[in-house]
Design a protein. Structure first.
Length: 330
């Protein structure tokens, strides 16, 4: 007979006999229950002060609450369960949720998408999902990123089922902002990584155009993109400033129309992740080392990695369409 098959009345009787002075072996013989089960019941009673198990009703309520409120903590679930007259340890709650397919995982941070953003993303994905793969090989992808000297450790756990990490209720909305230990601008194409430069001071439109002037076309030549390549950037105000748009026009540069709040559509985000992992594994001790390691690791990123990100780009577009413009797993 297993512990989980015993009724509350039987488990309480085990505790009652133990409190009366009977030893484990005597209780086992009297109630015809395995000695190991007796020990488990007494151990639970000593640690948690109760032998109560979750009833079917309490179990359903627990799973319903965790599903409805993925960011709820075990402590809050314990309090919620106690309100319906069931007092159990957090370990019991956790195991119950695991059996229902819900596991505590760090919530991913995703941009806050308004309905207008979703519609713009959806239109972009539908417009380009049927494009030839060769078109994406002619795109020079770019972005800026912040890299901290010792990394960022902020985490938040959610209860979710497998393959649901990108669902809105399981993510943490973020708003893009600058600042940090060092800021970098970089670019890449399916042929490999382009230039990577540190942004000194505050990034404004003038500095952005200066970076493009010194690195954009050199990168396109190094990557052999030819004269008819397309440049990708996000909709940051300094990117879409009138002077910047005039600069693009003067250079006869084709700029990809881009939906706002869409880092999951920019494959360079995957390279930023690779870069940060590689750099922090080298444990830089100061900003100079941090910058040097970034340059070295950026140059080491395999061409095959870049090519695969571009080859699978249609899958990103399909994911946006499937999510009706919402966040995706990318």
């Amino acid at each position: 007979m297993k512990t989980k098959e015993l009724s509350k009345q039987v488990r309480d009787k085990v505790v009652e006999k133990y409190r009366s002075g009977l030893c484990y072996k005597k209780i086992s013989e009297t109630l015809n229950i395995p000695l190991s089960t007796i020990k488990a019941i007494i151990k639970k009673w000593k640690e948690y002060g109760t032998t109560t198990k979750l009833t079917d009703q309490a179990r359903r309520a627990l799973i319903r609450e965790a599903t409805k409120r993925p960011k709820i903590t075990l402590k809050e679930l314990q309090s919620s369960t106690a309100e319906i007259g069931v007092s159990v340890h957090r370990t019991t709650l956790s195991r119950t949720l695991h059996r229902a397919g819900l596991y505590g995982r760090v919530a991913r941070k995703k941009p806050l998408l308004k309905e207008k953003n979703k519609q713009t993303r959806l239109v972009f994905a539908k417009r380009h999902v049927g494009d030839s793969p060769n078109i994406w090989k002619k795109v020079l992808w770019s972005d800026e990123t912040k890299i901290e000297l010792f990394g960022h450790q902020g985490k938040r756990y959610v209860w979710r089922k497998p393959n649901t990490s990108h669902h809105p209720e399981n993510t943490i909305p973020t708003v893009k902002h600058g600042g940090g230990s060092i800021m970098l601008w970089g670019c890449f194409s399916s042929a490999g990584t382009g230039k990577l430069v540190r942004i000194e001071g505050m990034m404004d439109g003038a500095k952005y155009r200066e970076i493009l002037e010194g690195n954009l076309f050199q990168s396109s030549r190094d990557l052999r993109l030819g004269r008819r390549f397309t440049f990708q950037q996000d909709n940051d105000p300094k990117h879409t400033a009138k002077a910047t748009l005039e600069w693009f026009k003067g250079k006869h540069l084709n700029v990809l129309e881009w939906p706002s709040q869409s880092p999951d559509l920019n494959p360079i985000e995957n390279l930023w992740y690779d870069l940060k992992i590689a750099v922090h594994q080298r444990n830089p001790s100061n900003l100079k080392e941090l910058e040097q390691f970034c340059l070295e690791e950026w140059a080491k990123i395999p061409v095959a990695r870049c090519a695969k990100l571009i080859d699978t780009y249609p899958k990103r577009l399909a994911a946006v369409i499937a999510a009706k413009g919402g966040s995706t797993k990318y």
